[in-house]
Design a protein around this ligand. Structure first.
Ligand code: FMN
Length: 313
């Protein structure tokens, strides 16, 4: 059990934020199956740019339930980011998370995301400016460093603690690694050994066994799961409750997938929703929850009714 500000976590199994994926419907199904925290997709740390269709759908909260709402900001200008954090708090966010992990060219080219790991003085300014503006917990998600060799994670921990941040998530890869190779957990373990705030371990956790090993090895307070939840939101219940494999033919699975897909139609509208649903349906097929024979028709139909009908045995 650990806390992030006033929020208490029992299992500490979180969904990882993923751009283009962890929208409201996906967060809801992951939360239903045991993800204790499900951050939103990153949004730009400049509230003036939040009126685009894309950002508005990203900022669509799960207002109807009591789930903890985490808005993740990416950017480099401390003035704009602190104002964005304040606006996010006003909109109802319970936690603000800063993205210091994104390796994408578009983001790093703007000295944001994991590019900031090489600029500790800038990180200090961002943390300080935001902490002066908000009263809800501030957390940060990082990579191990710019390269495999450096010790940035420990430096960022020190800064985070100095500025009163409430938790730190570490993806066990460097900026340079992007998504290549395997995640390493030695850095996470080193950080956890000296940390005074909760540490969440992330990277390549895809089973109950792996979750147990990573937690044991690193001593991390919690773990965060990203890609292994795609088409498999049941992974959270498998990890948290020691459940045996979910029955892949059960009608309950189809009902849950249909409810996920209906949530996508509700958020994006039926026309866009049919297209956005396709990647999730592919992931459900890849995991064996939907028949592979239906793939061509599921991915080509433009009709939402047909798409829903096909989510059956
Ligand atoms: C498609 C995709 C989008 C991502 N978007 C974000 C993001 O918006 N914010 C963030 O902090 N990390 C993002 N990540 C990184 C994940 O949160 C996570 O750190 C990474 O995937 C490693 O965890 P995993 O091995 O469990 O997937 C993204 C990853 C993927 C694959």
């Amino acid at each position: 059990m650990f806390k992030i500000g006033p929020h208490e976590f029992k299992s500490g199994i979180f969904l990882a934020p993923m751009s283009g994926i962890t929208d409201k419907p996906f967060r809801l199904i992951c939360q239903k199956y045991g993800a204790e925290l499900a951050p939103m997709e990153m949004v730009i740390g400049d509230a003036k740019l939040w009126q685009s269709k894309k950002t508005l759908s990203r900022l669509n909260f799960d207002q109807q339930n009591n789930n903890i709402k985490v808005i993740q900001l990416v950017g480099h200008d401390e003035h704009l980011m602190s104002e964005a954090a304040y606006q996010a708090q006003e909109m109802g966010a319970n936690i603000i998370d800063i993205n210091l992990g994104c390796p994408a060219k578009k983001v790093c080219g703007n000295y944001a995301g994991s590019a900031l790991l090489a600029f500790p003085a800038k990180i200090k300014k961002i943390f300080e400016a935001i902490q002066n503006k908000i009263s809800i917990p501030l957390t940060v998600k990082i990579r191990t460093g710019s390269t495999r060799e450096d010790n940035t994670a420990l430096d960022v921990l020190k800064i985070a603690e100095d500025f009163g941040l409430s938790a730190m998530t570490i993806h066990g890869r460097s900026r340079e690694c992007k998504f290549k190779g395997s995640a390493e957990y030695h850095t996470i373990r080193k950080v956890k050994q000296v940390a005074r705030i909760p540490i969440i371990a992330n990277g390549d956790i895809d089973s109950q066994e792996k979750a147990r090993k990573v937690k044991e090895f690193t001593g991390a307070d919690g773990i965060m799961i990203g890609r292994a939840a795609l088409g498999n939101p049941w992974i959270f219940s498998e990890i948290t409750c020691n459940e045996t494999k979910v029955d892949k033919n059960s009608n309950a699975i189809y009902a849950n997938i249909r409810s996920h897909i209906k949530g996508i139609y509700a958020l994006y509208g039926k026309d866009r929703g049919v297209k956005i649903s396709r990647k999730h349906l592919c992931w459900y097929i890849d995991n064996g929850y939907l028949s592979a024979q239906k793939k061509p028709i599921l991915l080509s139909t433009e009709c939402y009714k047909r798409q829903l009908e096909l989510i059956s045995c």
